[in-house]
Design a protein around this ligand. Structure first.
Ligand code: PEP
Ligand code: MG
Length: 589
Protein backbone atom coordinates (compact mmCIF):
# COMPACT_ATOMS: atom_id res chain seq x y z
CA UNK A 1 0.00 0.00 0.00
CA UNK A 2 1.27 3.45 -0.88
CA UNK A 3 1.65 5.89 2.04
CA UNK A 4 2.50 9.60 2.09
CA UNK A 5 4.50 11.03 4.96
CA UNK A 6 4.67 14.81 5.35
CA UNK A 7 7.58 16.80 6.73
CA UNK A 8 9.49 20.01 6.01
CA UNK A 9 10.96 20.58 2.57
CA UNK A 10 14.62 21.42 3.14
CA UNK A 11 16.44 20.50 -0.01
CA UNK A 12 14.75 20.63 -3.37
CA UNK A 13 14.28 18.10 -6.12
CA UNK A 14 13.00 14.58 -6.50
CA UNK A 15 14.75 11.40 -5.42
CA UNK A 16 13.51 7.90 -6.15
CA UNK A 17 15.13 4.86 -4.64
CA UNK A 18 15.20 2.12 -2.05
CA UNK A 19 15.02 3.02 1.62
CA UNK A 20 18.06 2.44 3.77
CA UNK A 21 16.81 2.61 7.31
CA UNK A 22 19.15 3.79 10.01
CA UNK A 23 17.50 2.58 13.15
CA UNK A 24 17.74 4.58 16.36
CA UNK A 25 19.29 2.47 19.04
CA UNK A 26 19.89 2.69 22.75
CA UNK A 27 23.54 2.17 22.00
CA UNK A 28 25.37 4.87 20.04
CA UNK A 29 25.89 3.13 16.72
CA UNK A 30 28.32 4.48 14.12
CA UNK A 31 27.14 4.22 10.53
CA UNK A 32 29.70 4.10 7.79
CA UNK A 33 30.54 2.11 4.69
CA UNK A 34 33.50 -0.20 4.78
CA UNK A 35 35.86 -0.59 1.91
CA UNK A 36 34.99 -3.60 -0.30
CA UNK A 37 38.38 -5.12 0.56
CA UNK A 38 37.48 -5.11 4.26
CA UNK A 39 34.28 -7.12 4.02
CA UNK A 40 35.77 -10.39 5.28
CA UNK A 41 37.58 -8.66 8.14
CA UNK A 42 34.36 -6.97 9.15
CA UNK A 43 32.50 -10.30 9.16
CA UNK A 44 35.29 -11.80 11.26
CA UNK A 45 34.96 -8.88 13.68
CA UNK A 46 31.24 -9.57 13.93
CA UNK A 47 31.92 -13.26 14.57
CA UNK A 48 34.42 -12.45 17.32
CA UNK A 49 31.94 -10.10 18.98
CA UNK A 50 29.26 -12.80 18.85
CA UNK A 51 31.62 -15.39 20.33
CA UNK A 52 32.51 -12.96 23.09
CA UNK A 53 28.83 -12.45 23.92
CA UNK A 54 28.22 -16.21 23.84
CA UNK A 55 31.03 -16.63 26.38
CA UNK A 56 29.54 -13.85 28.52
CA UNK A 57 26.14 -15.52 28.50
CA UNK A 58 27.54 -18.95 29.36
CA UNK A 59 29.56 -17.41 32.19
CA UNK A 60 26.43 -15.66 33.44
CA UNK A 61 24.57 -18.96 33.44
CA UNK A 62 27.20 -20.42 35.75
CA UNK A 63 26.84 -17.51 38.13
CA UNK A 64 23.05 -17.73 38.45
CA UNK A 65 22.15 -18.30 42.10
CA UNK A 66 20.51 -21.65 42.97
CA UNK A 67 17.20 -20.16 44.07
CA UNK A 68 16.64 -18.25 40.79
CA UNK A 69 18.04 -20.99 38.72
CA UNK A 70 15.44 -22.47 36.39
CA UNK A 71 13.85 -19.24 35.18
CA UNK A 72 17.03 -17.25 34.67
CA UNK A 73 18.87 -20.09 33.00
CA UNK A 74 15.94 -20.52 30.62
CA UNK A 75 16.11 -16.83 29.79
CA UNK A 76 19.84 -16.93 29.16
CA UNK A 77 19.26 -19.97 26.94
CA UNK A 78 16.76 -17.95 24.94
CA UNK A 79 19.38 -15.22 24.58
CA UNK A 80 21.97 -17.73 23.41
CA UNK A 81 19.52 -19.18 20.94
CA UNK A 82 18.66 -15.72 19.57
CA UNK A 83 22.34 -14.89 19.31
CA UNK A 84 22.92 -17.82 17.00
CA UNK A 85 19.63 -17.65 15.17
CA UNK A 86 20.10 -17.51 11.41
CA UNK A 87 17.73 -14.60 11.12
CA UNK A 88 20.10 -12.51 13.17
CA UNK A 89 23.51 -13.99 12.46
CA UNK A 90 23.29 -14.71 8.74
CA UNK A 91 21.14 -11.78 7.79
CA UNK A 92 23.51 -9.36 9.56
CA UNK A 93 26.35 -10.84 7.59
CA UNK A 94 24.40 -10.21 4.39
CA UNK A 95 24.14 -6.46 5.13
CA UNK A 96 27.92 -6.37 5.38
CA UNK A 97 28.44 -8.48 2.28
CA UNK A 98 25.93 -6.80 0.03
CA UNK A 99 25.74 -3.26 1.28
CA UNK A 100 29.14 -2.87 2.90
CA UNK A 101 27.67 -1.52 6.13
CA UNK A 102 30.01 -1.55 9.12
CA UNK A 103 29.15 -4.41 11.50
CA UNK A 104 27.38 -2.19 14.06
CA UNK A 105 25.14 -0.71 11.40
CA UNK A 106 24.45 -4.13 9.88
CA UNK A 107 23.47 -5.46 13.31
CA UNK A 108 21.13 -2.61 14.11
CA UNK A 109 19.61 -2.71 10.60
CA UNK A 110 18.76 -6.39 11.09
CA UNK A 111 17.41 -5.72 14.58
CA UNK A 112 15.01 -3.23 13.03
CA UNK A 113 13.81 -5.81 10.48
CA UNK A 114 13.30 -8.49 13.13
CA UNK A 115 11.72 -6.14 15.67
CA UNK A 116 8.97 -5.35 13.19
CA UNK A 117 8.36 -9.03 12.57
CA UNK A 118 8.04 -9.58 16.32
CA UNK A 119 5.59 -6.66 16.58
CA UNK A 120 3.33 -8.35 14.07
CA UNK A 121 3.23 -11.73 15.84
CA UNK A 122 -0.13 -12.92 17.14
CA UNK A 123 1.33 -14.91 20.00
CA UNK A 124 1.94 -12.78 23.13
CA UNK A 125 4.82 -14.92 24.32
CA UNK A 126 6.66 -14.65 21.03
CA UNK A 127 5.90 -10.94 20.70
CA UNK A 128 7.49 -10.33 24.04
CA UNK A 129 10.72 -11.95 22.90
CA UNK A 130 11.48 -8.69 21.09
CA UNK A 131 12.89 -7.24 24.30
CA UNK A 132 15.20 -10.25 24.59
CA UNK A 133 16.37 -9.77 21.06
CA UNK A 134 17.09 -6.10 21.77
CA UNK A 135 19.16 -7.05 24.80
CA UNK A 136 21.17 -9.58 22.83
CA UNK A 137 21.84 -7.08 20.05
CA UNK A 138 22.84 -4.47 22.58
CA UNK A 139 25.42 -6.86 24.00
CA UNK A 140 26.83 -7.57 20.55
CA UNK A 141 26.94 -3.86 19.71
CA UNK A 142 28.86 -3.15 22.89
CA UNK A 143 31.28 -5.97 22.12
CA UNK A 144 31.71 -4.63 18.60
CA UNK A 145 32.44 -1.15 19.83
CA UNK A 146 35.32 -2.45 21.88
CA UNK A 147 36.97 -3.52 18.64
CA UNK A 148 35.82 -0.65 16.43
CA UNK A 149 38.50 1.09 14.40
CA UNK A 150 36.87 4.35 15.27
CA UNK A 151 36.94 3.72 19.01
CA UNK A 152 40.65 3.13 18.60
CA UNK A 153 40.85 6.58 17.02
CA UNK A 154 41.60 5.29 13.52
CA UNK A 155 40.26 6.92 10.41
CA UNK A 156 37.16 5.45 8.83
CA UNK A 157 37.67 3.57 5.61
CA UNK A 158 38.15 5.17 2.22
CA UNK A 159 35.16 6.63 0.41
CA UNK A 160 33.05 4.19 -1.54
CA UNK A 161 30.99 4.87 -4.59
CA UNK A 162 27.33 3.85 -4.51
CA UNK A 163 27.80 1.14 -7.09
CA UNK A 164 30.62 -0.45 -5.14
CA UNK A 165 28.29 -2.22 -2.83
CA UNK A 166 25.94 -4.04 -5.08
CA UNK A 167 22.60 -3.27 -6.64
CA UNK A 168 21.77 -0.68 -9.23
CA UNK A 169 19.00 1.04 -7.34
CA UNK A 170 19.50 4.50 -5.93
CA UNK A 171 19.48 4.61 -2.12
CA UNK A 172 17.59 6.96 0.18
CA UNK A 173 18.47 7.31 3.81
CA UNK A 174 15.60 7.27 6.29
CA UNK A 175 16.45 7.85 9.95
CA UNK A 176 15.04 9.20 13.15
CA UNK A 177 17.87 11.71 13.25
CA UNK A 178 21.29 11.98 11.64
CA UNK A 179 24.15 13.51 13.58
CA UNK A 180 26.04 16.16 11.56
CA UNK A 181 29.14 13.98 11.91
CA UNK A 182 27.31 11.07 10.25
CA UNK A 183 26.03 13.38 7.54
CA UNK A 184 29.63 14.15 6.80
CA UNK A 185 30.32 10.48 6.20
CA UNK A 186 27.32 10.29 3.92
CA UNK A 187 28.59 13.30 2.03
CA UNK A 188 30.61 10.83 0.02
CA UNK A 189 27.67 10.55 -2.28
CA UNK A 190 26.20 7.16 -1.48
CA UNK A 191 22.66 8.41 -0.93
CA UNK A 192 20.47 10.33 -3.33
CA UNK A 193 18.05 11.63 -0.72
CA UNK A 194 17.42 11.92 3.03
CA UNK A 195 14.38 11.78 5.27
CA UNK A 196 14.50 12.26 9.03
CA UNK A 197 11.82 12.18 11.70
CA UNK A 198 13.21 15.22 13.50
CA UNK A 199 14.88 18.48 12.54
CA UNK A 200 14.01 21.95 11.31
CA UNK A 201 14.66 23.83 8.08
CA UNK A 202 18.06 25.12 9.14
CA UNK A 203 19.17 22.19 11.26
CA UNK A 204 22.65 21.13 10.26
CA UNK A 205 21.38 17.89 8.80
CA UNK A 206 19.26 19.97 6.44
CA UNK A 207 22.17 22.28 5.65
CA UNK A 208 24.48 19.40 4.78
CA UNK A 209 21.76 17.82 2.61
CA UNK A 210 21.43 21.11 0.76
CA UNK A 211 25.18 21.34 0.37
CA UNK A 212 25.09 17.90 -1.24
CA UNK A 213 22.34 19.19 -3.49
CA UNK A 214 20.12 16.20 -2.93
CA UNK A 215 16.43 16.22 -2.03
CA UNK A 216 15.68 16.01 1.68
CA UNK A 217 12.71 16.14 4.00
CA UNK A 218 13.15 16.60 7.77
CA UNK A 219 10.68 16.68 10.64
CA UNK A 220 8.73 13.83 9.03
CA UNK A 221 7.93 12.53 12.52
CA UNK A 222 6.97 8.88 11.90
CA UNK A 223 8.97 8.33 8.70
CA UNK A 224 11.49 5.89 10.13
CA UNK A 225 8.74 3.83 11.75
CA UNK A 226 6.63 3.62 8.61
CA UNK A 227 9.33 2.76 6.11
CA UNK A 228 10.93 -0.66 5.96
CA UNK A 229 14.38 -1.57 4.75
CA UNK A 230 14.43 -1.67 0.96
CA UNK A 231 10.95 -0.16 0.44
CA UNK A 232 10.67 1.93 -2.71
CA UNK A 233 10.35 5.59 -1.75
CA UNK A 234 10.04 8.92 -3.52
CA UNK A 235 11.23 12.11 -1.87
CA UNK A 236 9.57 15.26 -3.09
CA UNK A 237 11.98 17.83 -1.69
CA UNK A 238 9.87 20.76 -2.93
CA UNK A 239 6.67 19.69 -1.21
CA UNK A 240 8.32 18.06 1.82
CA UNK A 241 6.68 14.69 1.20
CA UNK A 242 7.93 11.14 1.19
CA UNK A 243 5.85 8.58 -0.72
CA UNK A 244 6.38 5.00 0.39
CA UNK A 245 5.71 2.20 -2.09
CA UNK A 246 4.32 4.49 -4.80
CA UNK A 247 1.99 3.19 -7.48
CA UNK A 248 3.35 2.78 -11.00
CA UNK A 249 1.53 5.89 -12.20
CA UNK A 250 2.89 8.09 -9.38
CA UNK A 251 6.35 6.72 -10.00
CA UNK A 252 6.12 7.63 -13.67
CA UNK A 253 4.92 11.15 -12.85
CA UNK A 254 7.88 11.70 -10.53
CA UNK A 255 10.36 10.28 -13.02
CA UNK A 256 9.03 12.85 -15.49
CA UNK A 257 9.53 15.63 -12.91
CA UNK A 258 13.03 14.39 -12.21
CA UNK A 259 13.89 14.74 -15.90
CA UNK A 260 12.44 18.27 -16.00
CA UNK A 261 14.48 19.30 -12.95
CA UNK A 262 17.61 17.96 -14.64
CA UNK A 263 16.89 20.04 -17.75
CA UNK A 264 16.29 23.17 -15.64
CA UNK A 265 19.58 22.57 -13.81
CA UNK A 266 21.49 22.20 -17.03
CA UNK A 267 19.94 25.45 -18.28
CA UNK A 268 20.90 27.33 -15.10
CA UNK A 269 24.38 25.86 -15.17
CA UNK A 270 25.06 27.72 -18.39
CA UNK A 271 25.03 30.94 -16.32
CA UNK A 272 28.03 29.89 -14.33
CA UNK A 273 30.55 32.11 -16.11
CA UNK A 274 28.19 35.08 -16.45
CA UNK A 275 29.07 37.90 -14.02
CA UNK A 276 26.32 38.58 -11.47
CA UNK A 277 25.28 42.13 -12.39
CA UNK A 278 21.78 43.51 -11.91
CA UNK A 279 19.77 45.24 -14.64
CA UNK A 280 20.81 48.61 -13.20
CA UNK A 281 24.48 47.66 -13.28
CA UNK A 282 25.09 46.72 -9.62
CA UNK A 283 27.77 44.04 -9.21
CA UNK A 284 26.83 41.30 -6.80
CA UNK A 285 29.29 38.88 -5.23
CA UNK A 286 28.10 35.26 -5.10
CA UNK A 287 30.23 33.19 -2.76
CA UNK A 288 30.12 29.56 -1.66
CA UNK A 289 29.56 27.94 1.73
CA UNK A 290 31.69 24.82 2.19
CA UNK A 291 32.20 22.25 4.93
CA UNK A 292 35.38 20.53 3.83
CA UNK A 293 38.34 21.50 1.62
CA UNK A 294 37.14 18.91 -0.89
CA UNK A 295 34.02 21.05 -1.47
CA UNK A 296 36.14 23.85 -2.90
CA UNK A 297 36.14 22.27 -6.36
CA UNK A 298 32.32 22.28 -6.46
CA UNK A 299 32.39 25.96 -5.43
CA UNK A 300 34.55 26.89 -8.40
CA UNK A 301 32.61 24.66 -10.75
CA UNK A 302 29.40 26.45 -9.72
CA UNK A 303 30.94 29.83 -10.58
CA UNK A 304 31.51 31.12 -7.02
CA UNK A 305 33.89 34.08 -6.82
CA UNK A 306 35.25 32.88 -3.49
CA UNK A 307 34.29 31.07 -0.31
CA UNK A 308 32.13 33.16 2.02
CA UNK A 309 31.91 30.54 4.75
CA UNK A 310 34.10 27.53 5.38
CA UNK A 311 32.53 25.84 8.42
CA UNK A 312 35.80 24.62 9.94
CA UNK A 313 34.03 22.74 12.74
CA UNK A 314 33.39 19.87 10.35
CA UNK A 315 37.13 19.13 10.53
CA UNK A 316 36.73 18.67 14.27
CA UNK A 317 33.81 16.27 14.28
CA UNK A 318 33.86 12.56 14.82
CA UNK A 319 37.42 12.53 16.12
CA UNK A 320 36.83 10.67 19.40
CA UNK A 321 38.84 13.23 21.31
CA UNK A 322 41.72 13.40 18.81
CA UNK A 323 41.10 16.92 17.53
CA UNK A 324 43.09 18.09 14.53
CA UNK A 325 46.23 19.93 15.61
CA UNK A 326 47.85 22.99 14.02
CA UNK A 327 49.62 21.06 11.26
CA UNK A 328 46.59 19.04 10.18
CA UNK A 329 44.39 22.13 10.18
CA UNK A 330 46.98 24.11 8.27
CA UNK A 331 47.07 21.46 5.54
CA UNK A 332 43.25 21.49 5.28
CA UNK A 333 43.01 25.29 5.08
CA UNK A 334 45.91 25.43 2.63
CA UNK A 335 44.18 22.83 0.45
CA UNK A 336 41.03 24.96 0.32
CA UNK A 337 42.99 28.16 -0.32
CA UNK A 338 45.00 26.60 -3.11
CA UNK A 339 41.91 25.07 -4.68
CA UNK A 340 40.37 28.55 -4.90
CA UNK A 341 43.30 29.79 -7.01
CA UNK A 342 43.67 33.27 -5.56
CA UNK A 343 39.98 33.87 -4.83
CA UNK A 344 39.20 34.79 -1.20
CA UNK A 345 38.47 32.03 1.30
CA UNK A 346 36.58 33.02 4.44
CA UNK A 347 37.30 30.47 7.13
CA UNK A 348 35.18 30.52 10.23
CA UNK A 349 36.81 29.49 13.49
CA UNK A 350 35.15 26.42 15.02
CA UNK A 351 31.48 26.75 15.68
CA UNK A 352 31.18 23.63 17.75
CA UNK A 353 28.31 23.08 20.18
CA UNK A 354 24.50 23.25 20.02
CA UNK A 355 23.43 20.91 17.22
CA UNK A 356 27.04 20.40 16.08
CA UNK A 357 28.67 18.32 18.81
CA UNK A 358 32.23 17.12 18.45
CA UNK A 359 31.21 13.50 18.50
CA UNK A 360 28.22 11.67 17.20
CA UNK A 361 25.17 12.58 19.22
CA UNK A 362 21.58 12.75 18.22
CA UNK A 363 19.59 15.93 18.75
CA UNK A 364 17.63 14.04 21.37
CA UNK A 365 20.76 13.11 23.33
CA UNK A 366 22.03 16.63 23.04
CA UNK A 367 18.89 18.16 24.35
CA UNK A 368 18.16 15.75 27.10
CA UNK A 369 21.33 14.18 28.31
CA UNK A 370 24.23 16.48 27.83
CA UNK A 371 23.55 20.15 28.10
CA UNK A 372 20.60 21.98 29.51
CA UNK A 373 20.26 24.39 26.66
CA UNK A 374 23.01 23.81 24.12
CA UNK A 375 22.06 26.65 21.76
CA UNK A 376 22.62 29.09 24.61
CA UNK A 377 25.64 27.31 26.00
CA UNK A 378 29.35 27.05 25.44
CA UNK A 379 29.38 27.08 21.66
CA UNK A 380 31.26 28.83 18.85
CA UNK A 381 33.67 31.59 19.96
CA UNK A 382 32.74 30.97 23.58
CA UNK A 383 34.06 27.43 23.26
CA UNK A 384 37.21 28.64 21.49
CA UNK A 385 37.93 31.22 24.19
CA UNK A 386 37.39 28.55 26.84
CA UNK A 387 39.99 26.38 25.06
CA UNK A 388 42.82 28.90 24.53
CA UNK A 389 45.40 26.35 23.33
CA UNK A 390 43.03 25.00 20.73
CA UNK A 391 42.09 28.52 19.62
CA UNK A 392 45.76 29.50 19.33
CA UNK A 393 46.44 26.41 17.21
CA UNK A 394 43.58 27.27 14.90
CA UNK A 395 44.65 30.91 14.52
CA UNK A 396 48.22 29.87 13.71
CA UNK A 397 47.00 27.33 11.17
CA UNK A 398 44.77 29.97 9.54
CA UNK A 399 47.56 32.52 9.41
CA UNK A 400 49.97 30.01 7.90
CA UNK A 401 47.42 29.18 5.19
CA UNK A 402 47.28 32.90 4.34
CA UNK A 403 50.77 32.59 2.86
CA UNK A 404 49.16 30.59 0.04
CA UNK A 405 46.23 32.82 -0.91
CA UNK A 406 43.65 35.26 0.37
CA UNK A 407 42.37 34.12 3.78
CA UNK A 408 39.70 35.92 5.77
CA UNK A 409 39.07 34.83 9.35
CA UNK A 410 35.47 34.85 10.52
CA UNK A 411 34.43 34.61 14.17
CA UNK A 412 31.08 32.97 15.00
CA UNK A 413 28.61 34.24 17.62
CA UNK A 414 30.33 37.45 18.63
CA UNK A 415 28.23 39.35 21.19
CA UNK A 416 30.55 41.05 23.69
CA UNK A 417 33.31 43.60 23.31
CA UNK A 418 35.28 41.67 25.92
CA UNK A 419 35.30 38.72 23.48
CA UNK A 420 36.49 41.02 20.71
CA UNK A 421 39.47 42.10 22.82
CA UNK A 422 40.39 38.48 23.52
CA UNK A 423 40.08 37.55 19.85
CA UNK A 424 42.32 40.42 18.76
CA UNK A 425 44.88 39.58 21.46
CA UNK A 426 44.81 35.91 20.38
CA UNK A 427 45.43 36.86 16.76
CA UNK A 428 48.35 39.14 17.68
CA UNK A 429 49.88 36.42 19.88
CA UNK A 430 49.53 33.88 17.05
CA UNK A 431 51.30 36.26 14.65
CA UNK A 432 54.15 36.78 17.10
CA UNK A 433 54.56 33.05 17.61
CA UNK A 434 54.80 32.51 13.88
CA UNK A 435 57.31 35.33 13.53
CA UNK A 436 59.44 33.76 16.26
CA UNK A 437 59.27 30.45 14.45
CA UNK A 438 60.12 32.15 11.17
CA UNK A 439 56.94 30.90 9.51
CA UNK A 440 55.30 32.93 6.75
CA UNK A 441 51.86 34.50 6.81
CA UNK A 442 50.10 37.37 5.07
CA UNK A 443 47.58 39.96 6.17
CA UNK A 444 44.26 38.41 7.06
CA UNK A 445 41.02 40.31 7.35
CA UNK A 446 39.07 39.68 10.53
CA UNK A 447 35.29 39.38 10.37
CA UNK A 448 32.42 38.86 12.80
CA UNK A 449 29.33 36.77 12.27
CA UNK A 450 26.25 38.77 13.11
CA UNK A 451 23.96 36.05 14.34
CA UNK A 452 23.01 37.10 17.84
CA UNK A 453 20.48 39.95 18.03
CA UNK A 454 22.74 41.75 20.52
CA UNK A 455 25.49 41.92 17.89
CA UNK A 456 23.12 43.31 15.25
CA UNK A 457 21.88 45.95 17.69
CA UNK A 458 25.43 47.00 18.67
CA UNK A 459 26.86 46.83 15.14
CA UNK A 460 28.19 50.41 15.47
CA UNK A 461 30.39 49.40 18.41
CA UNK A 462 31.71 46.42 16.48
CA UNK A 463 32.61 48.43 13.36
CA UNK A 464 36.06 49.62 14.47
CA UNK A 465 37.19 46.13 15.46
CA UNK A 466 36.37 44.15 12.32
CA UNK A 467 37.17 44.40 8.63
CA UNK A 468 34.00 42.67 7.48
CA UNK A 469 30.72 41.22 8.69
CA UNK A 470 28.74 38.17 7.74
CA UNK A 471 25.12 37.82 8.78
CA UNK A 472 24.27 34.31 9.96
CA UNK A 473 20.55 34.41 9.42
CA UNK A 474 20.04 30.82 10.60
CA UNK A 475 21.05 31.66 14.13
CA UNK A 476 19.87 35.27 13.97
CA UNK A 477 16.33 33.98 13.39
CA UNK A 478 16.71 31.31 16.06
CA UNK A 479 17.82 33.78 18.72
CA UNK A 480 15.55 36.65 17.72
CA UNK A 481 12.42 34.53 17.75
CA UNK A 482 13.50 32.07 20.48
CA UNK A 483 12.89 29.16 18.09
CA UNK A 484 15.22 26.19 18.22
CA UNK A 485 16.24 25.82 14.58
CA UNK A 486 16.55 22.05 14.93
CA UNK A 487 13.19 21.48 16.57
CA UNK A 488 10.43 20.46 14.17
CA UNK A 489 7.79 21.13 16.84
CA UNK A 490 8.31 24.88 16.51
CA UNK A 491 9.42 24.89 12.88
CA UNK A 492 6.23 26.68 11.81
CA UNK A 493 7.30 29.67 13.92
CA UNK A 494 10.78 29.85 12.40
CA UNK A 495 10.06 32.86 10.20
CA UNK A 496 12.73 34.70 8.20
CA UNK A 497 10.06 37.23 7.17
CA UNK A 498 9.35 38.24 10.77
CA UNK A 499 9.56 42.06 10.94
CA UNK A 500 12.05 41.90 13.83
CA UNK A 501 14.37 39.67 11.83
CA UNK A 502 14.16 41.85 8.72
CA UNK A 503 14.91 44.97 10.74
CA UNK A 504 18.02 43.46 12.31
CA UNK A 505 19.31 42.36 8.92
CA UNK A 506 18.59 45.68 7.27
CA UNK A 507 20.17 47.68 10.06
CA UNK A 508 23.34 45.57 9.93
CA UNK A 509 23.65 45.96 6.15
CA UNK A 510 22.97 49.71 6.22
CA UNK A 511 25.32 50.56 9.08
CA UNK A 512 28.20 48.35 7.92
CA UNK A 513 27.94 49.51 4.31
CA UNK A 514 27.81 53.18 5.31
CA UNK A 515 31.02 52.65 7.29
CA UNK A 516 32.69 51.17 4.20
CA UNK A 517 32.84 47.65 5.66
CA UNK A 518 31.87 44.72 3.51
CA UNK A 519 28.87 42.77 4.66
CA UNK A 520 27.55 39.48 3.43
CA UNK A 521 24.74 37.07 4.31
CA UNK A 522 25.90 33.48 4.74
CA UNK A 523 22.81 31.93 6.33
CA UNK A 524 20.32 29.92 4.33
CA UNK A 525 18.40 33.05 3.30
CA UNK A 526 21.27 33.93 0.95
CA UNK A 527 20.66 30.79 -1.12
CA UNK A 528 16.88 31.03 -1.13
CA UNK A 529 15.62 32.83 -4.27
CA UNK A 530 12.56 34.04 -2.34
CA UNK A 531 14.81 36.53 -0.50
CA UNK A 532 17.17 37.66 -3.25
CA UNK A 533 15.28 40.83 -4.19
CA UNK A 534 14.47 41.91 -0.64
CA UNK A 535 18.13 41.49 0.36
CA UNK A 536 19.24 43.45 -2.70
CA UNK A 537 16.71 46.14 -1.74
CA UNK A 538 18.34 46.34 1.70
CA UNK A 539 21.64 47.08 -0.01
CA UNK A 540 23.22 43.63 0.21
CA UNK A 541 25.77 42.99 -2.53
CA UNK A 542 27.41 39.82 -1.21
CA UNK A 543 25.63 36.48 -0.80
CA UNK A 544 27.23 33.22 0.38
CA UNK A 545 25.42 29.92 -0.16
CA UNK A 546 25.74 26.26 -1.08
CA UNK A 547 27.40 26.04 -4.47
CA UNK A 548 24.34 24.30 -5.90
CA UNK A 549 22.25 27.44 -5.28
CA UNK A 550 24.53 29.90 -7.03
CA UNK A 551 23.04 29.66 -10.52
CA UNK A 552 19.46 30.06 -9.30
CA UNK A 553 20.39 33.15 -7.26
CA UNK A 554 22.40 34.53 -10.16
CA UNK A 555 19.37 34.28 -12.37
CA UNK A 556 17.39 36.42 -9.88
CA UNK A 557 20.22 38.94 -9.69
CA UNK A 558 20.44 39.26 -13.48
CA UNK A 559 16.73 40.06 -13.64
CA UNK A 560 16.69 42.51 -10.71
CA UNK A 561 16.57 46.29 -10.69
CA UNK A 562 17.89 47.23 -7.26
CA UNK A 563 16.58 50.83 -7.39
CA UNK A 564 13.08 49.61 -8.14
CA UNK A 565 13.20 47.13 -5.26
CA UNK A 566 14.81 49.58 -2.83
CA UNK A 567 11.87 51.94 -3.34
CA UNK A 568 9.47 49.21 -2.20
CA UNK A 569 11.35 48.23 0.92
CA UNK A 570 10.13 50.71 3.53
CA UNK A 571 6.45 49.96 2.97
CA UNK A 572 7.00 46.22 3.10
CA UNK A 573 9.08 46.49 6.28
CA UNK A 574 6.42 48.58 7.97
CA UNK A 575 3.65 46.09 7.14
CA UNK A 576 2.32 43.60 9.67
CA UNK A 577 2.95 40.86 7.15
CA UNK A 578 6.13 41.88 5.30
CA UNK A 579 6.12 38.71 3.22
CA UNK A 580 2.67 39.37 1.76
CA UNK A 581 3.41 43.08 1.35
CA UNK A 582 6.68 42.36 -0.43
CA UNK A 583 5.12 39.79 -2.73
CA UNK A 584 2.34 42.19 -3.69
CA UNK A 585 4.65 45.10 -4.27
CA UNK A 586 7.43 43.23 -6.02
CA UNK A 587 5.04 41.06 -8.00
CA UNK A 588 6.86 37.98 -6.76
CA UNK A 589 5.71 34.40 -6.98
C1 PEP B 1 24.07 30.94 10.46
O1 PEP B 1 23.85 30.84 11.65
O2 PEP B 1 23.30 31.53 9.65
C2 PEP B 1 25.28 30.35 9.86
C3 PEP B 1 25.63 30.59 8.62
O3 PEP B 1 26.01 29.51 10.62
P1 PEP B 1 25.58 28.02 11.00
O4 PEP B 1 24.39 27.66 10.15
O5 PEP B 1 26.75 27.16 10.74
O6 PEP B 1 25.24 28.13 12.44
MG1 MG C 1 25.39 30.20 13.01
Amino acid sequence: MSIQVFGLPVSRGVAIGRAVLVASSRVDVAHYFIDPTQVLDEIARLRRARDEVAEELVALKLEVPEEAHAELVALLDVHLMLLHDEMLADATKQWILERHYNAEWAMSAQLEVLARQFDEMEDDYLRERKADLEQVVERVLKALMRTSRRTRGEEPSAPVAPRDFGGDDQLILVANDIAPADMLQFKRGVFTGFVTDVGGRTSHTAIVARSMDIPAVVGAREASRIVRQDDWVIIDGDAGVMIVNPSAIVLEEYRFRQRQIELERARLHRLRNTPAVTLDGERVELLANIELPADAAAALEAGAVGVGLFRSEFLFMNRQGHLPGEEEQFLSYKAAVEALKGLPVTIRTVDIGADKPLDRMSTHELRHEHTLNPALGLRAIRWSLAEPDMFAQQLRALLRASAFGKVRVLIPMVAHLSEVAQIRAGLEAAKQQLQQRGQAFSDVELGAMIEIPAAALMIRSLLPHFDFFSIGTNDLIQYTLAIDRADEAVAHLYDPWHPAVLRLIEQTITVATAAGKSVSVCGEMAGDPAFTEVLLAMGLRSFSMHPAQISAIKQRVLRADTKHFAALLNNAMAADDPQAAWRNAAGQR
